[in-house]
Design a protein around this ligand. Structure first.
Ligand code: NDP
Length: 245
């Protein structure tokens, strides 16, 4: 996978799957801009690690619920590095709770980050993506298989990414831009630690019987970002250890 000369923007790149993805894209040769919500220190650590690889990197504080901030992050990437080739829509928030105890403020917050924020980033990025451009979104295995109760709001937010991916693939194909979706299974991050209270159940639902590592999701994202994936668009790729089987 060769991303030499490419510029990638990873939303939510300060921790977890986003941080692993930012580093993997940099290892493959890309310069990387990452956004974060609050964790500037952790974002700076990722930036330093990318720079140590000999790539350029920039961290931009941009809460995905704030569409103006998201658009500004996209413009900062283009202003700083002169182009944009890859958008990874990774930033997301989890939510667990039965619908009857879910407030409309919860609905607004989760949809603002997981759906509206993705639309804002994608719309802003699409204006800059050219032939060979890539939009890669991180959805969730709950879109394929809901493991139990309490997942309505989160599943709604992540299922919207299926519609985004398929519809946008049609819109951007004439520009030579592909649009794909990655569905991680249970992946060991702050959001879903492999030693958390529900981890054993989640691991047991996979075919391989274990959590994934953020780097295992990042490897698939890097493939989708690369020229080798040119004939994949509107595809949904599960990196879930067989969770959907
Ligand atoms: P983490 O909570 O470990 O990391 C989340 C990252 O996103 C951080 O960099 C965080 O920034 C950033 N972020 C959170 N909220 C916002 C926001 N409002 N605006 C901008 N950035 C934000 O999450 P994961 O790495 O586990 O999850 C990454 C993606 O993968 C999410 O979309 C999640 O839904 C999805 N996913 C995760 C699974 C898992 O098992 N872990 C399974 C399936 C899907 P900061 O450091 O500033 O807080």
């Amino acid at each position: 996978m060769n991303l030499d000369g490419k510029v990638a923007l990873v939303t939510g790149g300060s921790r977890g799957i986003g941080a692993a993805t930012a580093l993997r894209l940099a290892e493959a040769g890309a310069d990387v801009v990452l956004t974060y919500a609050v964790n500037a220190e952790q974002a700076a650590v990722v930036v330093d690690r990318i720079k140590a690889l000999g790539r350029r990197a920039l961290a931009v504080g941009a809460d995905s619920a704030d569409s103006a901030a998201v658009e500004a992050a996209v413009e900062a990437a283009v202003a700083e590095f002169g182009r944009l080739d890859v958008l990874v829509n990774n930033a997301g928030v989890g939510f667990v709770g039965p619908l009857e105890q879910t407030g409309m403020d919860d609905v607004d917050r989760v949809l603002a980050v997981n759906v509206r924020g993705v639309l804002a980033a994608t719309k802003a990025a699409a204006a800059h993506l050219r032939e060979g451009g890539r939009v890669i979104t991180i959805g969730s295995c709950v879109t394929d298989r809901v493991p139990g109760p309490g997942m309505v709001l989160y599943a709604v937010s992540k299922s919207a990414m299926v519609g985004l991916t398929k519809a946008l693939a049609r819109e951007l194909a004439p520009n030579g831009v592909t649009v794909n979706l990655v569905h991680p299974g249970p992946t060991d991050t702050d959001m879903n630690p492999a030693d958390g209270p529900y981890a054993a159940d989640q691991a047991s639902m996979t075919a391989v019987g274990r959590y994934g590592k953020p780097e295992e999701v990042a490897d698939t994202v890097a493939f989708l970002a690369s020229p080798a994936s040119a004939y994949l668009t509107a595809s949904i790729i599960s990196v879930d250890g067989g969770h959907a089987a």
